[in-house]
Structures are given as structure tokens and as C-alpha cells.
Design a binder for this molecule. Structure first.
Ligand SMILES: *Cc1c(COP(=O)(O)O)cnc(C)c1O
Length: 375
């Protein structure tokens, strides 16, 4: 019996061809033709003002923290149910993550609980689009405007997802994408910072180039470059960009194929949900998701253990998700919670993610059957 892994690398066609072409270039350093092509593609397809390729989604969040000039004691409102980088990027600057509960339906930041967490120290709201389903961005942006806060989208999982017909990543002041191997569009390790405010562009160029004005130098705007501000090294090499471009070009197809698998799961579990045995993901009318993840919410932690154990015995890899940040040692040390975060706790105990990768459609019935049998 073959194993069914949770995730699997997927070549869409031109990756090797583009890598070979890149290898003939005289230089493989960042911001070459492949990197530029990727950025142009992302900017024009996602409708953001500007995009910068970076080495990871984490790097784009770190750049966002530098761009917003987060200082010691500044507070950033975010879910506790998220990846560590969402918080860590701001903690590195002395910022304090303020954890707010998630909605029980989309598992995104509960917008009704944001205002209760705002203090005179609050600087930004971090909207994580969990599983590629958009946060309630209209409300979040209204709250941000009213309180003079920035909105950052952690769209690491949300490439090609939409909210009210607009691409996720184009709705906040800044947004982070990830092209990590576990994401829909990937180059192993990679990411992009999306900028939707003109005022950030020049500074982002400097931060990304080790705090120098080298980007201006390359454009021929100045005749030598120098250290002008804080910064770090946030350029991916041309090898990553060439690979990524092959995936970007096919992203519509990739999204469609993932959605097809997602829908097979969703139909397959409809009856079990009716019988009260589990809950399926909820996608609001306002959102078009990208098939990033299929998860189930079981009635108890014990039930989840049972389901996962049964799948493991059959060679099917199903996994839990985040340990809430407010429970983690670093989250306790560097962050604080607002409210009781009851939904976060329940979801972290009861959610299980099922395998989802292109090619799985041939074996998906095996996963469906084994889950249903184990309930
Ligand atoms: C994957 C992910 C990140 C980090 O992206 P990397 O490219 O792995 O650094 C950040 N936030 C969320 C919500 C993610 O899913």
C-alpha cells in the first residue's frame, strides 16, 4: 500500500528549462532578468502597487516591520493562531504581538474583537488569511482608518485568493507572500513583499539592499552607492527566481487543480457534517479561496487523535496545525493576549489537515474512506 504524504513538490513544466537558461547568464545575483520578470508578473496580476521578491515570507514580514519603523513597545494586533513568523518579525524590532481570538467559521482574526485590543501603543493590524480565505478586510480597514493604524496582510497562504473580487495582498498597506515548498506556488524557499502605498517603495529598496542606495545606482540615478539607512540582505538569487517564474506562469492552472481536489474533499465530507461528526471549512460569499488547505474540525481532541491514528496506520499523513502563539514560550515572553482566545484553543486541539497536492485526485477516495471510517 503506497504512502500518501501530506504535501508533495510539483513541477509544472518549465522549471528545468528556465533554470538551464538562467545558468547561461553571466551573473546569478538578485534583481536580474528572472527576478524582475517575477516582480512584474506579480505586480500586474495581483494589482498591487509594487512587489519585491525576497528570500522567504518571513523576510517580507521582517521588511514590513522595518518599513513601519516598529519600535520597542509598539503593539501589533494579530491572531494567536498563526505561524511564528507573523509575530517574530515584529518582536525582532522590539514590538509586542497582541493576540486576538479568531472567528469560529473562517479561523481568521475576529474583526469584532480588534477594537477591544487597541491601546495608545497600537501601530498595526496583522490580517492573516488562513488557508487562503480572506479576512473581513472591509471592517478591518475601517477600524484601521478610524484609529490611524496600518494594515498588513500575511498572505503567505493566500496567493490567488480573492476578497470582494480583489486579490489578497492588494488590500493592506503592505502584504507578505510566501513561496515556501508547502505553499501553492513555490520555489523551495521564497517570498514577496507587496506594497500598496507609494510612500514605502524607496525605503523598501534601501532596506532590501543592505541599507544602501544600490538600487538607485543600478538604475543610473546616482554614480556611486553608499550606506544610507538600516537594512539587510533580502534578495533571492536568479536560480530561485527562474524556478519561481515557471510556477507563476502556471499559477492559474495550479490553483484550479488544487480547488478541484479541495472540492472533492468538501463534497465527500458533506454528509458527515450533516450528521454532526465534524465541521468542514467555511468560505464566506465575499471570498474566493485558492485551495491551499483542506482541514476538518473534529468534536474533540480525543476524536482528532483517533482519526489521525487511523490514517497513520493506513500510511496517510494528516497533520495538526499551529500551537497557539500565546501558549508558546516565546509568545508568553514577548506577547500578550486580549480576551480569552477560546476559539483559538479549541481549534488548535481539534483541527486536522489532510493531504492536498496535485496528483492526489487519483487516491483521494482512499483518504475520504479512511477518515469516514475512523469517525
Ligand atoms: C508559510 C507562512 C509564513 C512564512 O513563510 P516562509 O516563506 O516559510 O518564511 C508566514 N505566515 C504564514 C501564515 C505562513 O503560512
Amino acid at each position: 500500500m503506497s504512502q500518501i504524504p501530506f504535501t508533495k513538490n510539483h513541477l509544472v513544466g518549465d522549471e528545468i528549462k528556465f533554470l538551464k537558461q538562467a545558468l547561461t547568464q553571466s551573473s546569478l545575483v538578485g534583481d536580474g532578468p528572472w527576478g524582475t520578470q517575477c516582480e512584474k508578473w506579480i505586480t500586474s496580476h495581483l494589482g498591487c502597487v509594487r512587489s519585491f521578491l525576497v528570500p522567504s515570507g518571513t523576510a517580507s514580514l521582517e521588511m514590513a516591520a522595518l518599513l513601519l519603523d516598529i519600535k520597542r513597545g509598539d503593539e501589533i494586533i494579530m491572531p494567536s493562531y498563526t505561524f511564528v513568523s507573523t509575530a517574530n518579525a515584529f518582536v525582532l524590532r522590539g514590538g509586542i504581538p497582541v493576540f486576538v481570538d479568531i472567528r469560529p467559521d473562517t479561523l481568521n482574526l475576529d474583526e469584532t474583537k480588534i477594537e477591544g485590543a487597541i491601546t495608545s501603543k497600537t501601530r498595526a493590524i496583522l490580517a492573516v488569511h488562513y488557508a487562503g480565505v480572506g479576512c473581513e478586510m472591509d471592517t478591518i480597514r475601517t477600524i484601521a482608518q478610524k484609529n490611524n493604524l496600518y494594515v498588513i496582510e500575511d498572505a503567505a497562504q493566500a496567493f490567488y485568493g480573492q476578497y470582494q473580487g480583489k486579490w489578497l495582498g492588494s488590500l493592506g498597506d503592505l502584504a507578505a507572500l510566501s513561496f515556501h515548498g508547502t505553499k501553492n506556488i513555490s520555489c523551495g524557499e521564497g517570498g514577496a513583499l507587496l506594497i500598496n502605498q507609494l510612500q514605502f517603495i524607496k525605503q523598501a529598496e534601501i532596506i532590501r539592499e543592505k541599507g544602501t542606495n544600490r538600487t538607485q545606482f543600478i538604475r543610473g540615478e546616482i554614480d556611486k552607492y553608499t550606506w544610507v539607512d538600516r537594512g539587510s540582505s533580502y534578495l533571492p538569487s536568479e536560480l530561485q527566481s527562474a524556478f519561481l517564474y515557471a510556477q507563476l506562469k502556471e499559477s492559474k492552472k495550479i490553483t484550479k487543480q488544487r480547488l478541484k481536489i479541495w472540492n472533492l474533499y468538501h463534497e465527500g465530507f458533506a454528509q458527515a457534517e450533516k450528521e454532526g461528526k465534524l465541521a468542514r471549512p467555511v468560505v464566506p460569499q465575499t471570498c474566493q479561496h485558492n485551495g491551499h488547505m483542506y482541514y476538518l474540525i473534529l468534536p474533540s481532541e480525543k476524536k482528532r487523535e483517533k482519526v489521525m491514528g487511523a490514517l497513520k496506520q493506513k500510511g496517510i499523513q494528516a497533520v495538526t496545525h499551529y500551537v497557539p502563539l500565546h501558549f508558546s514560550p516565546a509568545g508568553k515572553k514577548y506577547g500578550r493576549s486580549s480576551g480569552d482566545l477560546k476559539v483559538t484553543t479549541r481549534i488548535s486541539n481539534c483541527l486536522v489537515r489532510l493531504p492536498l497536492w496535485i496528483g492526489l485526485e487519483k487516491q483521494i477516495n482512499r483518504v475520504l474512506e479512511e477518515v469516514l471510517k475512523s469517525l
